[in-house]
Design a protein around this ligand. Structure first.
Ligand SMILES: [Zn+2]
Ligand SMILES: [Zn+2]
Length: 388
């Protein structure tokens, strides 16, 4: 088992009960900062399986380095079962920050001449942004359909000996060959991104068609990285589908109906019917859905808003905030409406939590074991939900 002292040898317990640590964070690549990274960790909860609630006091140099990472540190405290785990996370974070920290001394002149030659090769007209200290740049790639994509490049101080960090908003990460100092170049990287973007043209064509010809409820503002759509079907019901970036016209493995069950049930039956037309990969996904569901998908111009929304009719929201406390792990999505009135003429959707609270607050509701019996807040027809 590793101990805190093996990660940061100069961090020592500051009291007897083990709720505080204090000292210097020693890191191999801290350079001139090596005697300045002082930290005190205190109020460490002793009998919890997380460090949530523990506090940090940092030297000015360490605060400067960690600026903007406050949420990450808060989340790491919540994720870490003990001090050793937190120190490991902190060391990884600091390693990364130090690697991409703008150099304190200007890089050698070859860095500039080399970078300028690299941008020459890529084309200055495609340079969308250049950080004043030349530690980062954005390259624009226009695709065949006229969409603009931004490739973000971060240059470590030791570039081109060290590999740059490259990213773009795409549904899948672009696989880059290992960086070879002296042989690899920005132009090579951009070519890989151009190839990836070219291969995604049909995916975006299919998604653009859905955005144009259907009523997309989620994502509210789709980015090129989003391959999923939740589209309105009417009757407080919606369909969630995710296209395969490699085969966007193939039938999505999962077609999930959300919202009103009264509206979803007949559509689900149509999808599964033995005589349903087969999914035709020569057509757009939207055309296939319309053929299978035997309906024209509602659009913003052809349908009324109140029939479309899958929002909960008690709290008027779609997603509830996640039940977990903030910082308790990775991004989790909140509850969506998963209950609905069984009266087909009403069919309004509700969050289980909202419906339960609503029914339990009314004297007319009745509870038996784990079920609550009451009336729909809109049409007064009988409705039930679970009590916990
Ligand atoms: Zn609700
Ligand atoms: Zn109802």
């Amino acid at each position: 088992m590793i101990t805190p002292a093996e990660i940061f040898p100069l961090m020592v317990p500051a009291n007897e009960d083990g709720t505080a640590f204090e000292g210097y964070l020693t890191l191999p690549n801290a350079g001139s900062l090596d005697t300045a990274l002082w930290m005190r960790l205190f109020d460490v909860p002793l009998w919890a399986n997380t460090l949530q609630g523990a506090k940090l006091e940092c030297s000015r140099e360490l605060s400067d380095l960690l600026e903007g990472c406050e949420d990450t540190i808060e989340a790491r405290l919540g994720d870490s079962p003990d001090v050793t785990s937190f120190f490991l996370e902190l060391r990884n974070l600091l390693d990364k920050l130090l690697r991409f920290r703008p150099p304190l001394e200007p890089p050698p002149s070859t860095f500039y001449t080399g970078l300028i030659a690299e941008i020459d090769a890529v084309g200055w007209d495609r340079l969308a942004w250049l950080c004043p200290n030349l530690s980062a740049l954005h390259i624009r790639i226009s695709d065949a359909a006229g969409r603009d994509h931004m490739v973000k490049v971060q240059l470590p101080a030791a570039y081109p000996e060290a590999a740059p960090l490259v990213s773009a908003q795409l549904p899948e990460q672009v696989k880059l060959p290992p960086w070879q100092p002296g042989a690899s170049s920005l132009q090579d990287l951009i070519r890989h991104y151009e190839a990836a973007i070219a291969s995604l043209q049909d995916l975006w064509a299919c998604l653009d068609d859905l955005d144009r010809e259907a009523w997309v409820l989620e994502p509210e503002k789709p980015t090129p990285a989003d391959a999923h759509r939740r589209i309105a079907l009417g009757g407080h019901c919606s369909l969630l589908l995710e296209l395969d970036p490699a085969r966007p016209r193939a039938r999505p493995p999962d077609l999930r109906f959300l919202g009103s069950e009264a509206a979803a049930a007949p559509m689900r039956t149509r999808l599964r019917a033995a005589d349903a037309p087969p999914w035709d990969p020569g057509r757009l996904p939207r055309e296939n859905l319309e053929r299978l569901l035997q309906m024209k998908l509602p659009t913003r111009s052809t349908s009324a808003q109140d029939d479309i929304s899958g929002d909960c009719c008690i709290c008027y929201a779609y997603r509830l905030p996640p039940a977990q406390p903030p910082g308790a792990g990775s991004a989790t999505l909140g509850e969506v409406p998963d209950q609905s009135c069984g009266n087909p003429r009403c069919a309004r959707p509700f969050h289980g939590r909202c419906l339960r609270e609503w029914l339990l607050a009314l004297p007319t509701s009745r509870r038996s074991f784990n079920t609550v019996f009451g009336e729909c807040p809109y049409c007064s027809q009988p409705i039930t939900t679970t009590a916990s």
